[in-house]
Design a binder for this molecule. Structure first.
Ligand code: AMP
Length: 189
């Protein structure tokens, strides 16, 4: 099964993805984690994208599509992928569908975690204080939210029209969100 955890930054996608990895043995494919690892390694690509992440903008579709394509065989061997933070643009979503189709696979479910903006801002200030991730600082976070609203939210109709979208209340506790994810996945073939 391949699923997308969809939502703005700080909606809880990473937390829920990690639980699904632990419980179902699926592979979490987080482009944000991959980009941060590239930056930490000092690779050429990492140096190219560092400024983009620091500003809170999106990196090019080509870069993230290539990162995901590299990891698809591993996810397939594990029985499925949880896409976390990818796709973030319509071209990325189309590329993902095409890459999966080439492998005889598809996206089975898109779970949207709905969280309102004041709650996101509160969560991110807490995460910034606890973890100090540079792009969680309040000014950069405004840019990240704007990128979500302008470039990522338009993916919702794309998946709704395919009948794959389930909307979940991401304001609930971690456990309640986890239970609603399990309920949504139990009806996916
Ligand atoms: P995340 O950890 O998912 O919040 O991602 C952190 C940052 O990495 C984002 O603010 C973007 O700069 C970059 N990024 C992660 N995933 C993508 C993506 N699918 N497309 C473009 N940029 C991305």
């Amino acid at each position: 099964m391949n699923l997308i955890l969809f939502g703005p930054p700080a909606a809880g996608k990473g937390t829920q993805a990690k639980r699904l990895v632990d419980q179902r043995g699926m592979v979490q494919l987080s482009t944000g984690d991959m980009l941060r690892a590239a930056i930490a390694s000092g690779s050429e690509m990492g140096q190219t994208v560092k400024g983009v992440l620091d500003r809170g903008d999106l990196v090019t579709d080509e870069i993230v599509i290539a990162l995901i394509e590299d990891r698809l065989p591993e996810a397939e061997a594990a029985g499925g992928a949880i896409f976390d933070g990818f796709p973030r643009t319509v071209p990325q979503a189309r590329a993902l569908d095409a890459m999966l189709a080439k492998r005889g696979q598809k996206i089975d479910s898109v779970l949207r975690l709905k969280v309102d903006e004041p709650a996101l801002i509160e969560r991110i200030s807490k995460r910034f204080a606890e973890q100090g991730r540079p792009d969680d600082n309040p000014e950069v976070f405004v840019t990240r939210l704007a990128a979500y609203n302008a470039q990522t939210a338009p993916l919702l109709p794309y998946y709704r029209e395919q009948g794959k979208l389930t909307e979940l209340d991401g304001m609930a506790s971690v456990e309640t969100v986890a239970a609603s994810i399990d309920a949504a996945l139990s009806v996916v073939a």
